[in-house]
Design a protein around this ligand. Structure first.
Ligand SMILES: [Zn+2]
Length: 197
């Protein structure tokens, strides 16, 4: 892994991952987190992620890294690491929200199915877009924001593209408001890329 280059969600990346998924096979997310994800955030993350991938004909199977056994057979595996604190604070965020919200790794020009979601940055972006009345739903909105950031990375990997969509979840650089709004999805053309050969 010493040749890994870390590329940035916000800046766009070079993709060349081969072995793309067969049509409609579930995507297996093997998940690890530095700190426990708030239960309400996790519930919303899983629901929203499946909601976002459904128009593209995909679903997600969620496995903890610690549950994985050597030799386990899974389809279309993507390893996701959640870094930082994936738990909304009730106090206003004072974090610097600039910089990437997630990272995906490449080696020798090939995209590897390894993504990292930077929860502290996602949290700062989401928190900056919340109004006071939304604070009690903070962890739900945190989970929704994490889902949209992760869906963006999963789209790059499964669609095998370094490009971005014109709008929707596949666009470059999602805003805090887009991360937490009631409805923000892939546009039809981008969703189709999940299953296009
Ligand atoms: Zn991107």
């Amino acid at each position: 892994m010493r040749f890994l280059l870390t590329l940035c969600f916000a800046a766009g990346v070079a993709w060349g991952f081969e072995g793309l998924p067969s049509l409609h096979a579930p995507i297996t997310l093997v998940v690890d987190s530095e700190k426990p994800i708030a239960a309400e955030a996790l519930r919303e993350l899983q629901n929203e992620l499946n909601h976002l991938l459904k128009p593209g004909g995909r679903s997600v199977e969620w496995k903890q890294l610690s549950e994985m056994k050597a030799g386990a057979e899974v389809s279309d595996l993507i390893v996701v690491r959640f870094r930082g604190s994936c738990r909304m604070e009730t106090m206003p965020a004072l974090l610097d929200e600039r910089g990437p919200l997630a990272l995906t790794h490449t080696a020798d020009g090939d995209v590897l199915p390894f993504s990292e979601v930077l929860c502290d940055r996602v949290k700062a972006a989401a928190r900056s877009a919340m109004h006071g009345g939304q604070v009690p739903d903070g962890n739900k909105l945190m989970g929704r924001a994490m889902a949209r950031v992760l869906a963006h990375e999963v789209w790059h990997i499964t669609a095998n593209t370094q490009k971005h969509g014109k709008d929707g979840v596949a666009q470059r650089g999602l805003t805090g408001a887009q991360l937490i709004s009631d409805k923000f999805e892939f546009n039809e053309a981008d969703a189709a890329a999940f299953t296009r050969k």
